[in-house]
Design a protein around this ligand. Structure first.
Ligand code: SF4
Ligand code: SF4
Length: 359
């Protein structure tokens, strides 16, 4: 019941921010360091090719300064790279809680380093952001997941991490743990095989806590040159993705607000796959933004149009949002329906509530 109240309170704040035309969500890649070798994302190559960039990532006190100016933020999504490789991850969360009083936090990890992820999650749970979601990526049964992630033993490590996190979540009512399955050309159609395997291994709790996302090419993932766009529009991809989405919908059968958002995401994902564009108005730049590890601000994780760098703007994100550059970009973004990435789709679902329930 307390989770329901927290969710209602968070969503009420989001709707209030929406009606005041305010920013309520920040997607923040805290680091581009990554210990994975994924096929569908090139972030891991970025710091190897550009080692000097590791020294250019925002310092803890700079991040604090950014949060200080964002008192009305409701929701922070921390991503990477592998966010848990950032030594000060817990301090970053604490600072978001202290300065912004955030209601929702989500972090996705590759789960390779079970001990590190579990230790930091324990501390993050104690910061007590009312709704804290930690997802570990799981893109198929062991042979598929390991191939896609480019690391032998990746599946076993992810499962070990998830089991540790599950134990922590049993002691912290604010912590929700699950896995994230990204539909890509490399694993499409194999979601059910993963669910069957989890059930066979007595991980029913995990099988019920999945988040499906669709693979995208974009600025964050440094994968614009990958030649997979053609594959994602072919009929084989579509039928496999429909089957994965159908199976995920069967598992999302509770009546909570969170389940409703997930179901809505999945139903609109089907439309996105058929049409090649999203059917909802996007919140990017109005209500959500993407911040990279070096202080660069973008409308979203996909577009490469930069608003500016916070180091050049006294770390004042709201001021940057009112700049001439931001105003011009708003017009571009307003008409954009290019993607259905959950980073923006989930807030878009919340702000399009009326049109969703009336269609
Ligand atoms: S998808 Fe995640 S884990 Fe894989 S390389 Fe990209 S950032 Fe790293
Ligand atoms: S629809 Fe366009 S503006 Fe919105 S998140 Fe996707 S690429 Fe960015």
């Amino acid at each position: 019941m307390s989770k329901l109240i927290e969710a209602l309170s968070a969503f009420t704040k989001i709707m209030a921010a929406y009606h005041r035309d305010k920013l309520f969500k920040l997607n923040f890649a805290v680091t581009y360091k990554c210990n994975s070798r994924c096929k569908m994302c090139n972030i891991w190559k970025y710091t190897i090719k550009n080692p000097q960039t590791m020294k250019e990532e925002l310092e803890t006190d700079e991040i604090g300064q950014i949060f200080k100016g964002l008192g009305k933020l409701v929701w922070i999504s921390l991503t990477g790279g592998e966010p848990f490789l950032r030594n000060d991850l817990v301090e970053i969360v604490q600072s978001a809680k202290d300065y912004c009083k955030i209601k929702m936090l989500n972090i996705t990890s590759n789960g390779f380093n079970s001990e590190l992820v579990a230790d930091k999650t324990q501390s993050i749970a104690e910061v007590h952001v009312p709704l804290t979601f930690i997802n570990v990526s799981l893109d198929g049964v062991a042979i598929i997941h390991d191939q896609l992630r480019g690391v032998k033993g990746a599946y076993d490590n992810a499962i070990r991490t998830l089991e540790s996190l599950h134990k922590i979540s049993n002691k912290h009512s604010n912590l929700l743990v699950g896995f994230e399955y990204t539909i890509t050309p490399f694993n499409v159609g194999y979601f059910k095989a993963l669910i069957d395997k989890l059930k066979k291994d007595s991980l029913e709790w995990l099988a019920k806590n999945s988040t499906i996302t669709i693979y995208h090419q974009g600025n964050l993932y440094k994968n614009l040159e990958l030649n997979t766009n053609q594959q994602t529009v072919d009929d084989l991809f579509k039928s496999g993705a429909f089957s994965d989405i159908g199976n995920a919908l069967k598992l999302t059968n509770s009546w909570s607000i969170l389940a409703w958002i997930k179901k809505t995401y999945l139903k609109h994902a089907r439309k996105y796959i058929i049409n090649g564009y999203s059917s909802l108005k996007c919140t990017a730049l109005h209500h959500s933004l993407f911040l990279d590890p070096y202080g660069n601000v973008y409308p979203c994780v996909i577009l490469q149009n930069k608003l500016g760098n916070l180091r050049d703007h006294q770390y004042d994100l709201l001021k940057l949002l009112k700049s001439e550059n931001a105003m011009k970009l708003k017009q571009t973004v307003e008409a954009c329906r290019k993607c259905w990435t959950p980073c923006e789709a989930y807030p878009s679902i919340l702000t399009n509530l009326v049109s969703i329930v009336t269609t």
